[in-house]
Write a protein that binds this ligand. Structure first.
Ligand SMILES: [Zn+2]
Length: 292
């Protein structure tokens, strides 16, 4: 599932590609994707000739504001990712006419939705597992969407004192707490593991045992890892690709996530271990990550 750095990478690229263009048409072979957009025919009618005014991110969601009173809200879910390029429909499938990863990488070939643009390019949703959703919502009701209204703050937009306040009276294991989107938005399994590795904390540490110094270290690790991951265009562990179809690079810089059996890069003699926590795999160094 794409986390904050992957979605931010997509949004930054799409902002350059899309703002100022107009939608012409839309196609899908998977009606469910557009169910909350009123179905394909309604969606086509609502977006036709509408100019794209802005592209932004909230948590793991992509928000396209278009002319008129509607906003397009995209939840990529497990394997969905937006692509920008050119495709033609032949032999019952869409094939990109742009040589390279858009055409050749299998992860970019599961095209479920195509939206035509007035410059001859298209915006596509590639989605192997078909859980992605495109929702049309009134501009004024974006913040009322159930996906949005209960979200915690954005990790790159809060100060340390605001971050610290979140932990007041909070209980639980630190990894599960920071992965809870109602607590803080956009951090999933990859970045939780990387943040805790950097912060020297074992994932099962309990937040009620952390002092201000520990919280400061988590905060600093969170900000620096998320920023670095955005700079490296996110982590392509499986399906995620940037809008031009290329992989992100941050997976090459992971210190803990999916590094089971490798020597800890702190050179502390530790070997990265895996544990199950709340049904998810956690990865950590048993030497420098301490339980609190
Ligand atoms: Zn270590």
């Amino acid at each position: 599932m794409p986390e904050l750095p992957e979605v931010e990478t997509i949004v930054r690229e799409l902002r350059k590609d899309l703002v100022g263009l107009r939608f012409k048409d839309a196609w899908t072979d998977w009606a469910k994707t557009l169910h909350q957009a009123g179905g394909l025919e309604r969606f086509k009618k609502e977006i036709r000739n509408k100019k794209i005014l802005s592209v932004r991110r909230r948590a793991k969601y992509i928000v396209l504001d278009i002319e008129g009173r509607k906003t397009i809200f995209i939840h990529q879910k497990m394997s969905g990712h937006l692509l920008y390029g050119k495709w033609v429909f032949k032999d019952k499938k869409w094939t990109s006419t742009i040589a390279g990863p858009l055409r050749d990488d299998r992860n970019n070939q599961y095209i479920r939705v195509i939206m035509g643009l007035n410059n001859g390019y298209q915006l596509a949703l590639a989605d192997l597992r078909r859980f992605g959703k495109i929702i049309l919502v009134d501009d004024k009701k974006v913040d009322d969407l159930k996906e949005i209204r209960e979200l915690g703050p954005e990790p790159l937009e809060i100060s340390f004192s605001e971050f610290k306040r979140l932990f007041t009276n909070k209980k639980g294991r630190v990894k599960q707490v920071i992965m809870d989107p109602h607590f803080i938005a956009g951090i999933g399994n990859i970045y939780a593991d990387e943040i805790l590795w950097r912060a020297n904390l074992h994932p099962i540490s309990r937040v009620e045992h952390l002092d201000d110094k520990d919280l400061k270290i988590i905060y600093m690790a969170m900000v620096s890892i998320l920023k670095s991951a955005i700079k490296h265009k996110g982590s392509s562990m499986d399906d995620y690709r940037t809008p031009s179809g290329t992989k992100g690079n941050f997976q090459n810089l992971h210190k803990a996530y999916h590094r089971t059996g490798e020597k800890c890069s702190r050179k502390d003699g530790g070997v990265i271990k895996r544990l199950k926590l709340g049904g998810r795999s956690g990865h950590f160094c048993p030497v420098h990550q301490v339980v609190k």
